[in-house]
Write a protein that binds this ligand. Structure first.
Ligand code: NA7
Length: 547
């Protein structure tokens, strides 16, 4: 329901987005006595978990740490059903949290921010919505997520397709029946890999169009018993401590050994053990040099390749699925349930479009460069997102001097601490570009950012400060440091969405702070302790006294 007619048009903060980030931001600011307006384009809370409803959509992080930690009550009252919760369960969780904290009454659903301009005279943001409303707020806080602007490739002939088209990133709310259909799936990232077994089980025929072979690891999902949940609760403090000390915000024991300093047998034993356990631990806890040393990386790439060849019975199909062109883990690592097994079904095949790309979509299917044709009734695009920056830029923000954020970021995003762009005072981004975000467990990054922003706002209120603005020099230094640190790893070698490489024309810039959420938290806390070093803090009174 939209209550906007009753709401104030002058508030302390506008928050954009009602996913994990926005909900906690709203709660924190309300508790601190700030007035807010919150806009959400969807008709409900959930963010990425609202839109990504495709069959098989599931979290790749485990339920006991992919959740909020700020409230013991919320944690104790919610019961996760399994190791990796499926999309409906996470959406249920976010609705539970929003209801438990009575947040929904303060959210304008179905409302998109269409413009935001910083007013230098009043130090306020003037925010416009598609509902025709204009709101003034001292602070603009983007909580729009990293994977919320779907990438819909402009393939020639797309509009001529006579069948049905779906995007995993904006899936319909009703159940889609694929039975009797010849389905084409484009994209083999996490989303494509998750939905492949589900589409295959229903469709008459499934053809997977693969541009890049991925390295998927079994998730080993299972139900949680009461005994398991009790154990997690008993260990909560310890797990939380580990989570906060971890570069990826997950309570894992970090690997101490190089993949190259152990014998081949010991290395295989380690990989076997972690493969059997499943999930991110395989990639993140086996050896400490997999993302920095190509030789070390080869060992895990070869191991995964051998597993695929063991699983997939048809050797030609296995070769397509193992046609790797980037080091393992340099694209977002997918985890799966029965992905490779699905290619043993008679009704499933994979087509490499790496060197023989899609030429055109016709009324009745897809035609490749070499004229090979695939007749289809339905095409599912699992083609990802204009990640990290897309949804921020889509808001048409303008800072000091009317500068458009789109112009400021035309050679790549820039923001001090990944939190605030110079020239855009009183603007904060939760898990924005240049923060650890996409390389770490989101709820951990989100809570850290929200707490930092809230404390900064309290500091400003208590000290009569009207404006905080990141300075250009520290912002430049931050961007330089990110590029340097990323270049010490193998991550820039892949054409990944981490690098902006999935969107034609997007600048090739590493989009996240690469040295881990723990190191990042220390830096942010330090900046605050030093009186927000690297930011200019201004007040009207100060300016009047000077003039
Ligand atoms: P991803 O990881 O960006 O995967 C998109 C896939 O679609 C990937 O295999 C792409 O190949 C492929 N793709 C993208 N555009 C095209 C075109 N034009 N033609 C053919 N193939 C294409 O998105 P996901 O939704 O799977 O996952 C995103 C994150 O969301 C996920 O990691 C979770 O954090 C949530 P490419 O590799 O670019 O060659």
């Amino acid at each position: 329901m939209n209550h906007s007619h009753k709401r104030s048009t002058e508030v302390d903060a506008v928050i954009v987005g009602a996913g994990f980030s926005g909900l906690y931001m709203l709660h924190r600011l309300r508790e601190l006595g700030f007035t807010t307006r919150m806009f959400e384009a969807a008709d409900g809370v959930g963010g990425a978990w609202y839109w990504n409803r495709y069959p098989g959509a599931r979290c790749d992080s485990e339920s006991h740490y992919y959740c909020y930690s700020f409230s013991d009550e919320v944690r104790k009252e919610w019961k996760w059903s399994c190791r990796y919760p499926a999309q409906p369960e996470i959406l249920g969780y976010l609705n539970f949290v929003a209801d438990r904290l009575d947040l929904k009454k303060d959210i304008d659903f179905g409302t998109r921010v269409t413009a935001g301009t910083f007013d230098e005279d009043t130090h306020d943001w003037v925010v416009e919505t598609n509902g025709g409303e204009t709101v003034r707020a001292r602070f603009l806080i983007t909580a729009v997520g990293n994977t919320s602007a779907p990438s819909k490739p402009a393939i020639q002939g797309l509009d001529d397709f006579a069948g049905k088209i779906y995007y995993t990133a904006s899936w319909p709310h009703e159940k889609i029946d694929f039975s009797g259909q010849r389905v084409g799936l484009i994209g083999t990232g996490s989303s494509g890999i998750q939905c492949t077994p589900h589409l295959a089980a229903e469709a008459d025929r499934l053809t997977v169009f693969q541009r890049t072979a991925n390295y998927s690891v079994p998730a080993r999902n299972h139900l949680l018993t009461d005994a398991m949940r009790l154990e997690q609760e008993e260990k909560h403090q310890d797990l939380r401590r580990k989570t906060l000390a971890s570069p990826i915000g997950m309570p894992f024991d970090l690997p101490q050994l190089s993949a190259l300093e152990v014998s081949a047998e010991d290395r295989k034993r380690r990989y076997d053990e972690l493969w059997a356990g499943g999930g991110f631990r395989f990639m993140f806890t086996s050896f400490n040099d997999l993302t920095v040393d190509l030789k070390a990386n080869d060992t895990i790439a070869e191991y995964i390749g051998a597993k695929i060849r063991d699983t997939v019975r048809d050797p030609a199909t296995a070769e397509v699925l193992c046609d790797f062109n980037h080091p393992a883990g340099t694209k977002r690592p997918p985890i799966d349930t029965d992905y490779y097994e699905t290619f043993n079904r008679d009704n499933v095949n994979v087509v490499s479009i790496r060197t023989n790309p899609i030429r055109e979509i016709m009324a009745d299917g897809i035609i490749l460069q070499d004229n090979e044709r695939y007749e289809l009734d339905t095409i599912v695009f699992a083609t990802g997102f204009d990640a990290v920056t897309g949804s921020i830029l889509n808001m048409n923000l303008r800072g000091k001097g009317g500068e458009a954020l789109r112009d400021k970021w035309d050679r790549g995003p820039r923001a001090y601490l990944g939190l605030s762009p110079a020239g855009f005072p009183n603007m904060f981004m939760v898990t924005g570009p240049g923060s650890p975000s996409i390389l770490a467990n989101f709820p951990v990054c989100i809570e850290q950012h929200v707490d930092w922003i809230a404390e900064c706002m309290v500091h400003m209120r208590e000290n009569g400060i009207d404006e905080i603005e990141a300075l250009p020099e520290p912002e430049d230094a931050w961007a330089k440091m990110i590029a340097e640190e990323a270049n010490k790893t193998l991550l820039p070698l892949a054409n990944s969405w981490y690098m902006g490489a999935n969107i034609p024309g997007k600048p090739r810039v590493f989009l996240a702070y690469p040295s881990g959420v723990h190191a990042y938290t220390v830096i942010c806390d330090d900046v605050a302790k030093r009186g927000y070093e690297g930011f200019a803090l201004r007040s009207r009174k100060m300016a009047e006294a000077v003039s």
